[in-house]
Design a protein around this ligand. Structure first.
Ligand code: KIV
Ligand code: ZN
Length: 509
């Protein structure tokens, strides 16, 4: 029978402690709710003794989270344990997670104790924590570098003292998968009372092995996995939960395990964590990177169009991702170009694919990535017509006061006629520019992404703004390139609006 793997998420504790700026209580609540919606079994909310802010947010979240077990970290110190219990006291059931260094280096040079004293500290702390809850987890900090004899010795004692989960952290990401699974196997073999507890692992990614070590621990019999969303965490981070969860799902049969995670929530949760924590997701990040499901080379694109499974091991819908992208670059073949034209509603007889493909390659060489509306323009538009219906920026002024209002005046040219407006808002310059352009052009869109790149050209610094907007369920891009950041923003928005316009004009033809 398949065994359930318990997923403990420590984004709000191990993940949060690695951020440049702490999360606010509101941000933590949002993340906790997303984790609960995703079906996380145990959510580690923080380290309440570490700051009054952490304590307060744990208290608030304890009142909200009902379906996941909540958990807080504590050192093996009386005060830590009492404060952890107090922070979670609004909840009917909670876990106290105790940790204590067990490797020689931690015992001697960090804690300045001997191993017998470590065992005593662990036992008395577990007994104290058990007065507040039945659910006590004990972590042998730096287990990856702890001698197996010491590890088995302390584990047997802490289970006897009442720890229900024994965590084996590879705190400094030192282990290799084979060695790490050997540790789990030895513990299961040598600790007499091990069946009275759950074996958990908590791997860090210093050598890029965190996910591999976690999976190898499952193969050796671990029943709980700890990690964070997007792999954020101390130094190189923790094991990325979305990767472990999807690896389990894909290999459920051979691993003979399952999780209760709602996979469709993964993408959304990953985006929430990335945004609130201000930690961008690398484009090639497994499962949640924007390139994880996009195909670039002509051969791959052709293969995917014939059968997705040629190059996709995971259905992107299963993590809640709606669209799969074929990147249109100079490496794309005719198949991708035809595919995008078809997606936009054009029949192959509507355009000349040979001519379009040649023009596409020329544009792709110049521009890098080409978008669907660029294809439309190449297929149907002659240059003279294009000029006619583009908005051009004639003039703009902006006046902004800190914590006050922003006034923007914009004058545009369209077919040699001038259009101008003046807008005052108290929601910042970008919104003021957006409002003014919306009023002038009648296009109301949602800004999805905004990116600033600084480029040095001779003595001047060029501010390049790339913008992605959503209009009528379609993405459009625009960029602005000037020495003035605000002017670049105006130009980028206008460029995106012109791309919408161009696409509409072609459709009307
Ligand atoms: O990495 C680690 O050892 C930890 C413990 C507190 C579990 O984060
Ligand atoms: Zn950790």
């Amino acid at each position: 029978m398949k065994k359930k793997i318990i997923i403990l998420d420590t984004t709000l504790r191990d993940g949060e402690q690695s951020l440049k700026a702490s999360l606010t209580a509101r941000e933590k609540i949002k993340i906790a709710i997303a984790l609960e919606n995703m079906g996380i079994d145990v959510i580690e909310l923080g380290f309440p003794i570490s700051s009054p802010g952490d304590f307060k947010s744990i208290q608030q979240i304890s009142k909200i989270i009902k379906n996941s077990r909540i958990c807080s970290l504590a050192r093996c110190l009386e005060k830590d344990i009492d404060v952890a219990a107090e922070a979670m006291s609004f909840s009917n059931s909670f876990r106290i997670h105790l940790f204590l260094g067990t490797s020689d280096i931690h015992v001697k040079s960090k804690l300045r104790k001997n191993f017998k004293e470590i065992i005593e500290m662990a036992i008395s702390s577990i007994k104290r924590a058990r007065k507040y809850t039945d659910d006590v987890e004990f972590s042998c900090e730096d287990a990856g570098r702890t001698s197996i004899d010491n590890l088995c010795r302390i584990i047997e004692k802490v289970i006897k003292a009442g720890a229900k989960t024994i965590n084996i952290p590879d705190t400094v990401g030192y282990s290799f998968p084979e060695k790490f699974s050997q540790i789990i196997k030895e513990i299961r073999k040598r600790v007499d009372n091990i069946d009275q507890s759950i074996i958990s692992v908590h791997c860090h990614n210093d050598l890029g092995m965190a996910v591999a070590n976690s999976i190898s621990a499952i193969q050796a019999g671990a029943q709980q996995i700890e990690g964070t969303i997007n792999g954020i965490g101390e130094r190189a981070g923790n094991a990325a939960l979305e990767e472990i969860i999807m690896a389990i799902r894909l290999h459920e049969k051979s691993l003979n395990v399952y999780t209760n995670i709602k996979h469709k929530e993964i993408y959304k949760t990953s985006q929430i964590v990335s945004k609130l924590c201000c930690v961008p997701i690398p484009i090639n990040k497994a499962i949640v990177g924007i390139n994880a499901f996009s195909h670039s080379s002509g051969i791959h694109q052709d293969g995917v169009l014939k059968n997705k499974k040629n190059y996709e091991i995971i259905d992107p819908n299963s993590i809640g991702l709606k669209e799969v992208k074929l990147n249109l670059t100079s490496r794309s073949g005719r198949a991708a170009v035809k595919h995008y034209m078809k997606e936009m509603g054009y029949h192959k007889n509507d355009y000349d694919i040979n001519q379009l493909y040649l023009n596409f390659l020329k544009l792709a060489d110049k521009k890098g990535q080409v978008f669907d509306y660029d294809l439309e323009a190449l297929a149907f538009l002659n240059e003279k017509r294009k000029e006619l219906f583009y908005f051009k920026l004639k003039k703009f002024t902006i006046e902004s006061y800190s914590k006050g209002t922003t006034t923007v005046s914009i004058k545009l040219l369209l077919q040699e006629k001038e259009y101008s407006t003046k807008i005052t808002t108290n929601s910042g310059s970008i919104d003021a520019i957006y409002q003014a352009l919306k009023k002038l052009t009648n296009y109301s869109f949602i800004i999805k992404q905004f990116q600033l790149t600084l480029e040095q050209k001779g003595d001047s610094e060029i501010k390049k703004i790339d913008i992605t907007i959503n209009y009528n369920n379609r993405c459009f891009h625009g960029f602005g390139l000037t020495t003035d950041i605000v002017e670049s923003i105006v130009n980028a928005m206008l460029d995106a609006i012109n791309n919408i316009r161009r696409s509409e004009k072609i459709k009307k033809k």
